[in-house]
Design a protein around this ligand. Structure first.
Ligand code: F6R
Length: 263
């Protein structure tokens, strides 16, 4: 895992947007996996800026969102579909026919999940998957105890996740108890992974998933099994890591090594 520590949320957002933009520039047909939540809002703002100021071209990319609440229609203001339109899709030249977000109000979640997995395969797999992390260590909605082999399915949300997400709803009772989510197995098949996290409340879980043992109790620790995972944290989220000096040294000297080998 490559660990990049940014000064603050804004720098984390700029660095992560630049990592995504570099992949889009390299591969116009990129298949991009997307996350919702507070964390990537700044990253999406930066991507919109790159589209408006530099003409970063999203017209040929395909996107797959990680998850969606069961029971919420795409137009519901708390749906992740709505979130994506508000924060990214409505502001860049993305082709709506290449955008996939799990359908929360499907009549048959099981068939839908199988269809979603097939769509990802048909698109040639995910090239770069963006992730946030929950306080309980979840990635997408793979709550503690999720199998590392899991695929897209319906998952019951953990108490902590419901509490955390209540801020988006009028009251906690309104937070759906279930979500359709890509599995850990689905996520680990992405060619590259970029996880972003900020704030003190993520410090403990970031130290655990980066420097602790691989365990399904912290599903983000599965990223230790991935050969191309990058983590961008702000200083607060990185504050409980024990090897900060090493990560910073690697980051600063990476350019030097690349220069030496002529990249
Ligand atoms: C959302 C998702 C979740 C969030 C996580 C962190 O699509 O997959 O795993 O990334 O719950 O949420 P925030 O960013 O709101 O702290």
């Amino acid at each position: 895992m490559e660990i990049i520590i940014a000064k603050n949320y804004d720098e984390m957002s700029r660095i992560s947007a630049e990592i995504i933009a570099a992949e889009v520039r390299k591969n116009h047909d990129l298949t991009l996996g997307l996350a919702t939540g507070d964390t990537p809002v700044g990253t999406y703002k930066e991507l919109v800026k790159l589209y408006k100021e530099e003409g970063l071209d999203f017209s040929k990319i395909t996107t797959f969102n990680l998850d969606e609440y069961v029971g919420l229609a795409p137009l519901h203001e708390n749906s992740y579909n709505y979130f994506m339109k508000e924060n990214l899709f409505n502001h860049v030249n993305i082709n709506p026919s290449r955008v996939y977000v799990p359908q929360g109000n499907t009549n048959d979640p099981e068939i839908f999940c199988e269809w979603y997995e097939n769509k990802i395969k048909e698109a040639g797999g995910i090239d770069l998957q963006i992730l946030g992390i929950g306080r309980d260590g979840h990635i997408a909605f793979n709550e503690p105890g999720s199998s590392f082999a899991s695929r897209t399915r319906v998952k019951a949300l953990y108490k902590e996740t419901i509490e955390d997400n209540a801020r988006f709803f009028k009251k906690e009772e309104d937070v759906p108890r279930f979500a359709i989510t890509m599995g850990i197995g689905t996520i680990l098949e992405a060619r590259k992974i970029l996880l972003i996290a900020n704030g003190k409340k993520k410090a403990d879980v970031c130290a655990k998933f980066i420097e602790g043992p691989v365990t399904s109790m912290i599903t983000a620790s599965a990223l230790q099994l991935h050969c191309h995972a990058t983590v961008v944290l702000d200083e607060e989220a990185a504050s409980m890591l024990t090897r900060t000096e090493y990560y910073n040294w690697v980051r600063d000297n990476k350019k030097l090594v690349q220069k030496k080998i002529g990249r």
